[in-house]
Design a protein around this ligand. Structure first.
Ligand SMILES: Cc1cc2nc3c(=O)[nH]c(=O)nc-3n(C[C@H](O)[C@H](O)[C@H](O)COP(=O)(O)OP(=O)(O)OC[C@H]3O[C@@H](n4cnc5c(N)ncnc54)[C@H](O)[C@@H]3O)c2cc1C
Length: 537
């Protein structure tokens, strides 16, 4: 028997229950999958409807982003298509912009909202599962919003890969040593697993790629890791964290502990130790904060903005509302000290989703709920091909064994047999052939070539001295001839595609146009996130 939680809430037949899941990431997708299995009969009969609202039609397996950036896994295999795996749920591609739980109503904007000019959708529900995850936690550092890039999405990972290779192309072809130095300097801020793994994989990829450049040696590339505390990778413990610092330094990576980024305006990274590093690449991985939508709800939040939860994963003091994952403050009942909460990571998110779904089903069937209890098992991290570090279930591993464990662990964890088989096939092929070394940044601007062809020829009066081939040859060289489609005058962008990779030609997209070339703020790219990820695959 299914008990309708709030028959009036959704304005539907009283015997019908609508579960609204906000977010299609780890918690959202796994919760929906469990509900789909456990409520199969009810969902088939129409007694229960599960609606998943999420901005992208896929779940991203974030631990594979560093490998995607390195080119070891193609972007399509890092994501799981929600419509296929959640075939008994209703998947709405959109964003919940606000939520009135007292009225059991969510306001949703979709891709069609703007075109319809009819305002956003109002979606009623009976049970709410809040799982919108987190976004990068930034600080008011000059230049950060304009020039840095995060590392949380597949678009950012692929954009960064293209950007790094593109910088090598610029460095290889410029005649200006200052441009070359800035292009070959890569600054990563934040020594957690996202920053360390991204840096480790990209450095390894760029080192390999440099073999194919006649004038770039691996030691010409300058990689800097900036960390505010005195250790990196806290997830693998102190000893393994120290090992990781030694391993990275042995690869000529400049690890600066107890150092902060103070500014990255004007394409110069200024650090708290007084150093100034001209660079076009600042990658910000210094922590996360809860998704902004949580502030637009009437649900209780803690000081850090996460939804306050009970150990049963219900929202504290509220009926028919559930939360888990990065967006939720869930008490860690296994901790020795009272008052501790579960860390925001996939290990908890996956397990919480299972308990949340079981408890939601139990509540619909009038059964008691159980507590979420999982003792953190430790972590594994890849530091590049054949290098890794691990501290899991009390066992410490480094080098090849840790890297192998990282791969087998994540292969066993990545959702669906389909993805496992594809990732396995890619790793096997990568072992047989040479690595991919091209930048496909131009795929982020598919209309550029056609727009150029279709644009009217310039009138005589439009032709200026600068546009003649001779004039170009004699102009002081800041634009490398061999890298069409790049704009060396700009810095990595705030979004998926760093502005350095913006085409010099009209993209024909909103926010694009010829202004792309002069968009040093990177904001011209920000709206185009959705276009880029899949196109680069
Ligand atoms: C590079 C990287 C590597 C990582 N490696 C590891 C690792 O090795 N081990 C580990 O344990 N953890 C790892 N993590 C952390 C882990 O991925 C997260 O803790 C986990 O994804 C949290 O799950 P979630 O469901 O809460 O959020 P997410 O998986 O981020 O899902 C949130 C979803 O909600 C959607 N959403 C946001 N706002 C709205 C809205 N308003 N309306 C509708 N939908 C919305 C988002 O688009 C997203 O799809 C890594 C993270 C990163 C970035």
């Amino acid at each position: 028997m299914v008990t309708a939680a709030n028959p009036r809430g959704s304005g539907k037949a009283p015997d019908r229950v609508r579960v609204l899941i906000v977010g299609g990431g780890y918690v959202g997708m796994y919760t929906a999958l469990h509900l789909q299995r456990q409520l199969r009969a009810e969902m088939r009969s129409g007694a229960v409807e599960v609606v998943v609202v999420t901005p992208d039609p896929y779940m991203t397996y974030q631990p594979f982003l560093p490998e995607a950036a390195a080119g070891n896994i193609s972007p399509r295999h890092v994501v799981v298509p929600l419509r296929r795996v959640l075939n008994h749920c209703r998947v709405v591609i959109g964003e919940v912009t606000s939520l009135d739980h007292a009225k059991r109503t969510a306001v949703v904007t979709t891709l069609a909202t703007e075109e319809e000019a009819a305002g956003p959708l109002e979606l009623g529900y009976d049970e709410l599962v809040l799982a919108p995850g987190s976004i990068s936690r930034t600080l008011p550092i000059p230049g950060l919003a304009d020039h840095a890039i995060g590392f949380k999405t597949v678009e950012e990972a692929i954009g960064l890969r293209n950007h790094v290779i593109e910088q090598m192309d610029i460095a290889s072809s410029t005649r200006d040593p200052a441009i070359r130095d800035a292009a070959l300097t890569f600054v990563f801020v934040g020594g957690g697993y996202a920053g360390v793994e991204a840096l480790g994989e990209l450095e390894d990829m760029a080192r390999y790629t440099s073999r194919y450049y006649h004038n770039i040696r691996p030691e010409d590339l300058k990689w800097v890791l900036v960390e505010a505390t005195d250790r990196i990778l806290p997830e693998v413990g102190e000893e393994m964290g120290r090992y990781t610092v030694r391993e990275l330094r042995s690869r000529n990576i400049d690890v600066r502990l107890e150092t902060r980024l103070e500014s990255c305006a004007d394409r110069v990274a200024v650090l708290s130790d007084g150093s100034r590093l001209p660079t076009r690449t600042v990658v910000w991985t210094a922590g996360v904060k809860p998704a902004p939508v949580l502030a637009a709800t009437d649900l209780p939040r803690d000081a850090r903005g996460r939804i306050r939860c009970t150990p049963q994963l219900t929202v504290e003091g509220v009926e028919h509302a559930w939360a888990a994952g990065d967006a939720a403050a869930v008490p860690d009942v296994t901790a020795d000290e009272p008052g501790r909460e579960c860390a925001p990571n996939a290990q908890h998110a996956v397990r919480q989703a299972k308990v949340l779904a079981e408890n939601l089903v139990a509540s619909l069937h009038g059964r008691p709920l159980r507590r979420y209890a999982h003792k953190y098992a430790g972590s594994v991290a890849s530091l590049g091909l054949h290098r890794g570090v691990a501290h899991i279930y009390g066992r410490k591993l480094k080098g090849f064994p840790a890297w192998f464990m990282h791969r087998t662990y994540h292969l066993s964890r990545v959702p669906t047999f389909n993805r496992k088989a594809r990732v396995m096939a890619e790793w096997t092929l990568a072992g047989l052939f040479k690595r991919e070394i091209v930048s496909l940044g131009s795929l982020e601007h598919p209309r550029a070539e056609f727009a150029l062809a279709a644009s009217p020829p310039p009138r005589d009066t439009d032709v200026t001295a600068d546009s003649s081939p001779d004039a170009h040859d004699t102009t002081p060289d800041t634009t490398p001839d061999t890298t069409p489609g790049t704009t060396p005058g700009t810095a990595p962008g705030a979004s998926a595609a760093p502005p350095d990779s913006a085409p010099a030609r009209d993209t024909g997209r909103p926010g694009g146009g010829t202004s792309d070339t002069s968009d040093t703020s990177g904001t011209g790219e920000a709206d185009d996130r959705k276009d880029t990820g899949t196109a680069t695959d």
